[in-house]
Design a protein around this ligand. Structure first.
Ligand SMILES: [Zn+2]
Length: 165
């Protein structure tokens, strides 16, 4: 799956220059939802001063993150990935969200395997073991599963790791 080898968004993609995101501004570690922070493009809405709108990464204090290429008024609505670093349950996944729900094929990576999941507006329809995972390394510091080529200096999704050490 191509998404594993690439970062989930390019900050300066033309998409974000368009009229839809014209009023969105970069916000860093702003509160968004309970025990969560958001870093990315945001604008003010009735939901909050910094409502995710454009590319961005949502992080939960307990070790869950979701990076999405397109947030619309706080709702994930485009391709992206998520990762959990909860000890013993480290896993990550790649796919696309539609109106905040997983939709279509997701690749779930856990326990050394890659599983293909098929969703219909948030509902899991099936899960198939696809193959052994040979792409991901685990960050020695935060335990996040990551693919080195998708962890550029511009976009370090775990915020800490530069290499597996
Ligand atoms: Zn890390």
């Amino acid at each position: 799956m191509w998404q594993m080898r690439d970062i989930p968004f390019q900050r300066f993609d033309q998409l974000y220059e368009g009229p839809e995101f014209a009023d969105a501004r970069f916000a860093e570690l702003v509160p968004w939802g309970r025990d969560q922070t958001f870093t990315g493009l945001a604008h003010g809405t009735p939901k909050g001063e910094h409502t995710p709108h454009g590319w961005g990464v949502l992080e939960h204090h307990e070790g869950f993150m979701q990076a999405c290429a397109v947030w619309r008024d706080g709702v994930a609505d485009g391709p992206g990935m998520w990762s959990s670093i909860v000890e013993g349950k480290e896993q990550c996944g790649y796919g696309a969200w539609v109106q905040g729900k997983r939709h279509g094929y997701f690749a779930l990576v856990k326990e050394g395997g890659v599983y293909v999941e098929d969703y219909d507006m948030g509902e899991l329809k099936r899960r198939i073991k696809w193959r052994k995972d040979k792409l991901h390394l685990q960050c020695a510091r935060c335990r996040m599963l990551f693919v080195p080529c998708a962890n550029s200096p511009e976009e370090k999704l775990c915020r800490f790791h530069l290499s597996k050490n």
